[in-house]
Design a protein around this ligand. Structure first.
Ligand code: Q46
Ligand code: ZN
Ligand code: ZN
Length: 311
């Protein structure tokens, strides 16, 4: 196996591209994919202030590394979710990366700010941890990006994440979710920050190889609440398809983005109001974040649960 570029011994084989690379040219390939995605979708420029949601896992740390090397102005945002040891280790990996590379990091602790972390919140409102967790993440990523006046919020979603989400959305014909599935979501309200996913063309395995070659220490442990998630089942199905037919994941996602999504876009007529409680955009009167925390306040000792006024 030889590198496509320099013909030296290759260390990474990419079957879906029918090619192989040595370490130097593999790192260059990953970096080029990211810069191509940023330019193709006008995600941001080096003049923008970019906020990256950093979980401490391979995707967000690799993206931080790539963008910093490309000269972008990227600050990390780590949300401490309050999921036992998993969250403690995630914060450690994130902090260690930021310190080693001398990068700016904002940390936000859900438990100390709101009174409950994801684990205790899900018990108190009797909802699956991932639904409360996802809602908190979406809310605080947007809110903190606005509060600290960033131009764009980016996440480390990769090709496997996006293809699995698309699979789930198609399986259940979730039209609203399909209309929003895109590597870039422009701001449609003064209180909604622009959101982008620069890694959406790279697979989990490709990003893990990048981290391995550059010795990026990331959190390998999965969140304990991920077990049994439908997204893992969809990823497994798509991985099996990929083994038999390399390039399937990419074809599935790219085909949707180029051929199907434009027709959903023309139907987008969602009117956004401002939440009566927090002022953030919502399709109803009170946003789902405020309704969830109101429920938690009613079902828990109200002294333990804080309002959102301290944001
Ligand atoms: S962190 Fe949160 Fe994930 Fe854990 S509780 Fe579920 S959503 S699985 S990406
Ligand atoms: Zn090479
Ligand atoms: Zn609200």
């Amino acid at each position: 196996m030889r590198c496509k570029k320099c013909h030296k011994k290759a260390s990474v084989e990419l079957r879906r591209h029918n090619t192989s690379f040595c370490p130097i040219h593999y790192i260059e390939f990953v970096s080029n994919q990211v810069s191509r995605n940023i330019k193709k979708h006008n995600m941001f420029t080096s003049a923008n202030r970019v906020l990256l949601a950093v979980s401490g896992g391979k995707d967000s740390l690799a993206l931080w590394d790539i963008l910093t090397k490309q000269g972008y102005n990227v600050t990390g945002l780590h949300l401490k979710l309050g999921i036992g040891n998993y969250s403690l280790k995630a914060a450690e990996k994130t902090r260690a990366f930021a310190e080693t590379h001398e990068l700016q990091l904002i940390e936000y602790d859900l438990e100390s700010e709101m009174g409950l972390g994801v684990s205790r919140l899900s018990k108190s409102i009797k909802r699956a941890p991932c639904s409360g967790c996802g809602l908190n993440k979406r809310y605080f990523f947007n809110k903190l990006a606005l509060q600290f006046q960033f131009d764009v919020l980016i996440t480390g979603h990769n090709l496997d994440d996006e293809a699995a989400t698309l699979f789930g959305n198609v399986l259940h014909w979730q039209e609203q979710a399909l209309s929003r599935q895109s590597p870039i979501l422009e701001s449609t309200h003064p209180n909604l920050v622009k959101k982008c996913k620069p890694l959406y063309t790279l697979t989990e395995r490709e990003i893990a190889s990048y981290c391995l070659l550059l010795k990026i220490a990331y959190q390998e442990e999965e969140c304990p609440n991920a077990a049994g998630a439908h997204s893992l089942l969809y990823k497994d199905l798509l991985n099996r398809l990929e083994v038999q037919s390399p390039g399937s994941k990419q074809q599935f996602l790219q085909g949707f983005l180029s051929k199907i999504r434009p027709s959903f876009r023309s139907q987008e007529t969602v009117t956004l109001n401002e939440c009566d409680s927090c002022g953030m955009p919502t399709t109803g009167q009170v946003c789902s974040f405020c309704r969830m925390w109101e429920r938690a306040r009613k079902l828990t000792d109200p002294k333990l649960v804080n309002g959102t006024s301290n944001l």
